[in-house]
Design a protein around this ligand. Structure first.
Ligand SMILES: Cc1ncc(COP(=O)(O)O)c(C=O)c1O
Length: 467
């Protein structure tokens, strides 16, 4: 978010005192620095109180990001916050843990033995997508120039389905790339593989396949996309690669559907990103991007940082950030191992399937996702809904019980359809799901009997949603 002068919406002073304490008995400005220090105890309480009236993270069914880590992991994170991930020389053991994580992920994604994979941690998938996109752009430019294509007077383009996450729009704006959207349709809620080559030309830097479309949790058919591009590339002047945006599927699918081909087993997949803070089970602040071979990572994008008297290649947009999330990711990998992740994801999947059945059993909704791939439940109201309430009203009702469940329109060309989505995470157990199911049924019952009072203009109720 961007903030400015017009955002000074509160009275500008803290009301005093708190807890009748004399140490808090003075004015503290809200939008200017306090001239003098205050006691840590008072500062702690004031900040804590600021955050009081906020959603409970574990009841937030809107987010893919982790809302729970084990106490041991949290302790480790807290004890390593001061380590700067970029200071490889000062913290060589941390650098080694990052290296091990990259290697473990490469193994999960079937990086081919005969190629020389490379990868790095990032702040999240957004940074990882920027890096993947930049690598495709730079590599395209070199190859297009060689093929005699005018790379100066026309902009390159990136092909992706209209179900893209906002980070790809940012990538295209920041790096001057045209975004070519393959529309999703009511009957095909993922990239339209049959027609994707209509959007590709010699200015295409790559196609992005999404393993977990943000809106619905559905998967693009990346194996079919790969086959289509193999055909296209046979006669292409500049071959077109695939980057897989596996923000949510990248650390879920390898455990739950190991036979599904979406990764480096497919020849045209050159790079993949994922969010460690989604199904990698780490608190927010960690992502990963890997290339199948160093050939796909142009040298201009690699910068050297000092490392034990020598130099180490790095690729990142940020410089300084805490290394604690990398350490948290390594902890999880070591602690859970392959079978531990699989068990956790299986339980999460079972909860999603239970919730989907709860929704379906009401007979009121048309399902877009019933937890089949990612543990996501997504639905719309059936067209013959006889009641005046909408999914926004249902979201409001559920919020009264503390549940945060988003309702939002589908993307371009489908925006008349309002959907609702739950993201099930590891800390959403069957007991909680049972409570939620009761609240869900009661909310519908109450709404059926209620005279619904909400915004008159339906357009004002529409909320955007990007995560
Ligand atoms: C498909 C997809 N790509 C990218 C992102 C951005 O991920 P992050 O929040 O890790 O930056 C998301 C986030 O929801 C996503 O769903």
């Amino acid at each position: 978010m961007l903030y400015g002068k017009n955002d000074q919406s509160k009275t500008s002073l803290y009301a005093r005192p708190i807890f009748g304490s004399p140490s808090s008995d003075r004015d503290i400005p809200k939008y200017k620095l306090n001239p003098d220090p205050i006691e840590p105890r008072i500062a702690y309480q004031l900040v804590k109180d600021e955050l009081l009236d906020e959603g409970v993270a574990r009841q937030n069914l809107a987010t893919f990001c982790q809302t729970y880590m084990e106490p041991e992991a949290t302790k480790l994170l807290g004890e390593t916050l001061e380590k700067n991930a970029i200071d490889k020389s000062e913290y060589p053991r941390t650098a080694e843990l990052e290296n091990r994580c990259v290697n473990m992920i490469a193994d999960l994604w079937h990086a081919p033995e005969q190629e020389n994979y490379m990868g790095t941690s990032t702040v999240g998938s957004s940074e990882a997508c920027m890096l993947g996109g930049m690598a495709m752009k730079f590599r395209w430019r070199t190859r297009a120039e060689k093929a005699g294509i005018d790379v100066i007077s026309r902009r390159p383009n990136l092909v992706i389905s209209s179900g893209y996450q906002v980070c790809w729009e940012k990538f295209c704006v920041y790096w001057d790339v045209d975004m070519r959207l393959v529309p999703m349709t009511r009957d095909n809620m993922s990239i339209d593989v049959a027609n994707v080559t209509d959007y590709i030309d010699e200015y295409t830097i790559g196609v992005v396949g999404i393993l977990g479309i943000t809106y619905t949790g559905c998967y693009d058919d990346i194996e079919a996309l790969d086959a289509k591009l193999t055909e296209y590339n046979k006669t292409a002047k500049v071959s077109v690669p695939i980057h897989v945006d596996a923000a949510s599927g990248g650390l879920y699918t390898p455990f739950m559907e190991p036979d599904l081909k979406w990764d480096f087993r497919l020849d045209n997949v050159v790079s993949i990103n994922t969010s460690g803070h989604k199904y990698g089970l780490v608190y927010p602040g960690i992502g990963w991007v890997l290339w199948r071979d160093c050939d796909y990572l142009p040298q201009e994008l690699i910068f050297k940082v000092s490392y034990l008297g020598g130099e180490m290649p790095t690729m990142a947009i940020n410089f300084s950030r805490s290394a604690s999330q990398i350490i948290g990711q390594f902890y999880n990998f070591m602690r859970f191992g392959y079978n531990g992740y699989k068990e956790i994801h299986q339980r999460t999947h079972d909860v999603a399937v239970f919730l989907a059945k709860t929704v379906e059993d009401t007979g009121r909704f048309e399902m877009y996702n019933n937890g089949e791939h990612l543990p996501i439940v997504c639905y719309k109201l059936k067209d013959d809904n006889a009641h005046e309430w909408t999914l926004y009203d249902l979201a409001d009702r559920l919020q009264m019980k503390g549940w945060q469940v988003p309702a939002y329109p589908l993307p371009a060309d489908l925006q008349d359809t309002i959907i609702q989505r739950y993201v099930v995470r590891a800390d959403f157990g069957m007991n909680m799901a049972d409570e939620f199911a009761d609240d869900f049924r009661n909310a519908i019952d109450e709404l059926d009997k209620a005279r619904v009072l909400s915004e008159k203009n339906p357009d004002n109720r529409v909320r955007g949603f990007t995560h």
